[in-house]
Design a protein around this ligand. Structure first.
Ligand SMILES: [Zn+2]
Length: 276
């Protein structure tokens, strides 16, 4: 069940990206389709902070520092483009998930963009993935993923639907973008360069600006819907004990085919920082 869904998601994500690739010229050449940001508030959420370092135990590059740097760069770009920008944090402080959601929900005409980097014990895992939950968040997720995955040298892991707290509890379109694996030596090396973090911020900003253009370029029949991207299982990480995580890792590792690029335990390990 889980494996089949995961395969379907990959297929759908691949199909969506093929559609997106076909419209790249139209989307990029049509200036009128990008909004001027005059009425939209973008709430930028830099993942983790303070005592919450992010990532997995023993991880060398602190996720909280990378997310904050990209978030601050994104703020500068969007502010320069006329958007009203609000940060859930702009320094190295801990903000509870509920506090982050409350900030997003205090604005009416807003979008919520959560910036994270991935982590997993398997250092070979790599790539960009973008999460959404509500149907109204899919155009924003598609657009951000299109630009970030298109602008990064990393593997494209697709647009995924999952009920992370910050996506589930927000009343405005909300997206969580995983900007690569800090446990992958190549992606960690990229993330540690200012030019790459600036690139990530620029691509996320492009997705925000063209959030309505990327999806609408398909017409109504060809675009993926929230229903066609099935909800992925997730665990409420506030209730997961570490012993349970390692047991499930072994179990799914046994079941895993050698050709599989990732396991569900990886997804859980990678997500452990976001919910906890
Ligand atoms: Zn994270």
């Amino acid at each position: 069940m889980i494996r089949r869904n995961s395969f379907r998601i990959r297929l759908l994500a691949a199909g969506l990206l093929m559609l997106l690739a076909g419209t790249s010229y139209a989307a990029k050449s049509s200036r009128s389709s990008a909004d001027d940001g005059s009425s939209l508030t973008v709430v930028i959420d830099a993942g983790h902070g303070g005592h919450d370092r992010g990532g997995i135990p023993g991880q060398r590059v602190a996720e909280k520092d990378m997310t904050l740097d990209v978030a601050l760069r994104l703020r500068n770009i969007l502010s320069a483009n006329g958007y009203n920008v609000v940060m859930t944090r702009s320094t190295d402080v801990f903000v509870p998930l509920g506090g982050r959601v409350a900030i997003a929900n205090s604005y009416r005409n807003a979008v919520f963009v959560c910036i994270h980097f991935n982590a997993t014990p398997r250092s070979g895992a790599s790539g960009i993935e973008t999460y959404f939950y509500s149907r109204e968040s899919l155009p924003l997720a598609s657009a951000i993923h299109y630009y970030v995955a298109g602008g990064a040298p990393s593997e494209n892991r697709g647009v995924r639907r999952r009920g992370y707290y910050v996506l589930r509890k927000t009343n405005v379109p909300a997206v969580l973008v995983e900007c690569g694996f800090l446990t992958n030596p190549t992606e960690a090396a990229y993330a540690q360069t200012t030019s790459y973090r600036q690139r990530l911020a620029e691509e996320i900003a492009a997705g925000v600006r063209r959030r309505n253009a990327v999806g609408s370029a398909f017409g109504t029949t060809r675009v993926a819907t929230a229903e066609s991207i099935p909800l992925q299982p997730y665990m409420d990480q506030t209730k997961v004990a570490s012993s349970k995580k390692s047991r499930s890792h072994k179990k799914s590792a046994r079941k895993k085919k050698s050709s599989s690029k990732r396991s569900d335990s990886e997804a859980r390990a990678a997500s452990s920082d976001r919910e906890g």
